[in-house]
Structures are given as structure tokens and as C-alpha cells.
Design a protein around this ligand. Structure first.
Ligand code: NAD
Ligand code: ZN
Length: 355
């Protein structure tokens, strides 16, 4: 359950779509206008099945296939979605369904937030990253002028329905990338969960059904608790940015040619080292964190960049207010704090650590 000031909704975790129809009915979708939006990879895999299910509860069903990938997460694609919404005469009572990864979810959420000042939408996330992170919490938006997610709105979905079996068709590299955010959840919120992730790395990479359901459940609980406490990121929600300060800088310097989760992994190694320098974790904890990240085939070092470039890039983040850098540091594994008082020298050491 996610409880925010603007909406309360459920996250359903299943390994099939059997109960989807029932849950869509429960949120009030019967006989409403519904438009499924999905990308050109996911449409080939799951669109027919989803159309079959939804056509049982409404006759007014349409769909739109958008091009996949971060490069298409922009206002041009949003225009295409708006045009479809007008063509299908959708109104405030109509539903959009985001079927796909975080790119689809963020754009559909944004179109839903802004069309007629807001209609309803459902998240059916199909990547690990979107199942444990982006489909929950109502951050929606698009990239603009080279800036990631710079245009956006907070808009909560009516339901998040996770079918873990969709992960079977996802490339392994995308599973690894999703694990970047999962490891983050353990590190900032629960030592026990972090140890569970470490102990089960090979089962996770092989998508063991029971373990995946448990893992996704634990991550959803952590994410939804944080979001329920601080929907608009005035405080504690910022802890979800652990690993993202340096991670985002690396992501931009690589011109988005590394996956987001890979950059978050690097950022977490760097932030963990910074925590170690400030004596907030010990060397064995630092080693455990690196080993865990590596066990999911995520890099812990990169070449082709120099430390000053990364340092300067930190200031180009949209979250850098008044030229003040915010870092999330660990206070032991499973606990963290937000810091804006770090020395340049220490930050440079932490950057060097991943080069
Ligand atoms: P994505 O949506 O681009 O999906 C990755 C690739 O996998 C795509 O090519 C997609 O077509 C394909 N795909 C999706 N599901 C599949 C499946 N089941 N089988 C086979 N292929 C499949 O990327 P992502 O990693 O899911 O999401 C990244 C986006 O999420 C970024 O734009 C990021 O900014 C955003 N994000 C948002 C939040 C938030 O809170 N809103 C949080 C984290 C990340
Ligand atoms: Zn992230």
C-alpha cells in the first residue's frame, strides 16, 4: 500500500496476469475509456495478452506503441500521446495504462498528469528497475535539452501491477541495472535486506521465482514507505538518491551510453568510500558493498574519465541548489544521512576511488 496526500493505491506483486482484471475493476476501470501505451519492444511480447484482459471490462479500449529507449523520452513522444488521447476522446475519468519500463512509465505518467489537468493512470512495469523503483511514487516526466527528467510533475497512479514473469524476456544487462537500485534500498534502509541480496545473488541473476517475488516485495516496501513519508522530496525521499550524485555525473559524461543502474553502482561505490573516509563504515563493510555490486555484473571502476571532469559535472545536476552539493552517506549498512558539508578534497578522493 502506498499512502500519499494526493492518492492511496496498492502495489500488487504476482507472477502472472491472472488477478489483473479483478484489480482493474476494483479501481473503477469497468466500462471506462482506456488507452494502453507501450514501447515497440514490449508491445510484441505482452500487448495482445493485456488487450484480451482489458477488453473483458470495457469496450472502449485503444492502444499506442511508442519508440523505445531513453532517447525518445521527450516532448515529441508526449505530443504523440496527447494526439492519441484527443483522437480517442479521453477525458478525466479515462485511464492510461503504462505497459513497459521506466521510460514508458515516466512518460505515460506525465501525459496523464497534464492532459486535462490530470486523468488516471495505471503502472504495469516490465523491467526490474521499474518494478522496484520508478513505477512507485508518482515522479513522472521527460528529458529536455540534455537534462534528464527536467520537465515533470508529481502524479500518483491508481494501481501498480507487477507481473514478475515479464522479467524472463528482459536482457540480463537490464536485470543487473535494476539490481543497482535494489542494492541501494538495502544499503540505505535495511542491513538484513542487504545481506539477503548478497546471499542470493546467483538465484537472483537466474530469476528464481520465489526469491524475485520476495526481493521485489522488500524493495517496494522500502520505496513506498519513503514516498508515503515525503511525497514531494522535501526531506527523507532524498535518501533514495544514494549513489546518484556521482552516478548522474558519470551518466551524463558518458552521454547516457552506460545504463542508469551501472552508473548508480559506481556512484554507490564512491559514496560508500566517502562514508568509509569519514569513519561511518569500516573497511569490511566497504568490501562487502563492492563485492555485492560486482556479483551482479555491475562495474565498480571506470576508465576514460578524469576526476576533475566528474567533480565539475556534479554542479550540473538539476538538484544542485545554490551551488551546494548534497551527498547521501551511509551510517553503517542499512542507515544513511543527507550531507551538504563535505570537503572538496574528500569528494575528489571518493571520485578517484572508482577510476
Ligand atoms: P526502459 O524503459 O528504457 O527499458 C529498458 C529496455 O527494456 C527498453 O528497451 C525496453 O523496450 C525493454 N523492455 C522493457 N520491458 C521488457 C521486457 N519485459 N522484456 C524485454 N524487453 C523489455 O528502462 P528502465 O530501466 O525500465 O527505466 C529507466 C527510466 O526510468 C529512466 O528514464 C529513468 O529516468 C527512469 N526512472 C524513474 C524513476 C521515477 O521515480 N519515476 C526512478 C528511477 C528511474
Ligand atoms: Zn536511480
Amino acid at each position: 500500500e502506498v499512502n500519499t496526500k494526493t492518492n492511496n493505491y496498492n502495489i500488487i506483486i504476482s507472477n502472472n496476469f491472472d488477478s489483473l482484471q479483478e484489480h482493474l475493476s476494483k479501481v473503477g476501470m469497468d466500462n471506462k475509456k482506456v488507452c494502453i501505451i507501450t514501447d515497440d519492444n514490449v508491445s510484441k511480447l505482452y500487448l495482445d495478452n493485456l488487450c484480451n484482459i482489458i477488453s473483458k471490462i470495457t469496450d472502449e479500449l485503444s492502444y499506442l506503441v511508442i519508440p523505445h529507449g531513453e532517447a525518445n523520452k521527450n516532448l515529441d513522444t508526449i505530443n504523440t500521446i496527447y494526439k492519441k488521447m484527443i483522437e480517442e476522446k479521453l477525458d478525466r475519468e479515462s485511464y492510461l495504462i503504462a505497459l513497459g519500463g521506466g521510460v514508458t512509465g515516466d512518460m505515460v505518467g506525465y501525459a496523464s498528469a497534464t492532459y486535462m489537468r490530470g486523468n488516471k493512470f495505471i503502472q504495469i512495469p516490465t523491467t526490474l528497475l521499474s518494478q522496484v523503483d520508478s513505477s512507485i511514487g508518482g515522479k513522472t516526466g521527460v528529458d529536455f535539452d540534455g537534462y534528464k527528467n527536467i520537465i515533470g510533475a508529481f502524479h500518483q497512479p491508481e494501481l501498480v501491477y507487477i507481473n514478475t514473469s515479464t522479467l524472463m524476456t528482459l536482457p540480463k544487462k537490464e536485470i543487473s541495472a535494476g539490481m543497482g537500485e535494489v542494492i541501494k534500498h538495502g544499503l540505505i534502509a535495511s542491513k538484513e535486506y542487504f545481506n539477503y541480496i548478497r546471499a542470493n545473488s546467483s538465484k537472483i541473476m537466474n530469476l528464481d521465482n520465489e526469491i524475485m517475488e520476495q526481493l521485489i516485495y522488500e524493495s517496494c516496501v522500502i520505496k513506498s514507505k519513503v514516498v508515503s513519508m515525503d511525497e514531494k522530496e522535501k526531506g527523507v525521499r532524498a535518501t533514495l538518491n544514494f549513489g546518484h550524485t556521482i552516478g548522474h555525473a558519470v551518466e551524463r559524461l558518458f552521454d547516457f551510453n552506460l545504463l542508469h543502474g551501472e552508473c548508480v553502482g559506481l556512484g554507490m561505490v564512491s559514496a560508500a568510500y566517502l562514508s568509509y573516509l569519514l569513519k561511518q563504515i569500516d573497511s569490511s563493510e566497504l568490501d562487502d558493498i563492492k563485492a555485492c555490486i560486482q556479483s551482479f555484473d555491475l562495474p565498480i571502476k571506470i576508465d576514460k574519465l578524469n576526476e576533475l571532469d566528474i567533480y565539475n559535472e556534479l554542479y550540473h545536476d538539476k538538484k544542485t541548489k545554490n551551488n551546494e552539493l548534497n551527498f547521501i552517506l551511509l551510517n553503517g549498512v542499512g542507515s544513511c544521512e543527507i550531507r551538504d558539508d563535505l570537503d572538496k578534497e574528500d569528494i575528489m578522493k571518493a571520485i578517484k576511488y572508482i577510476l
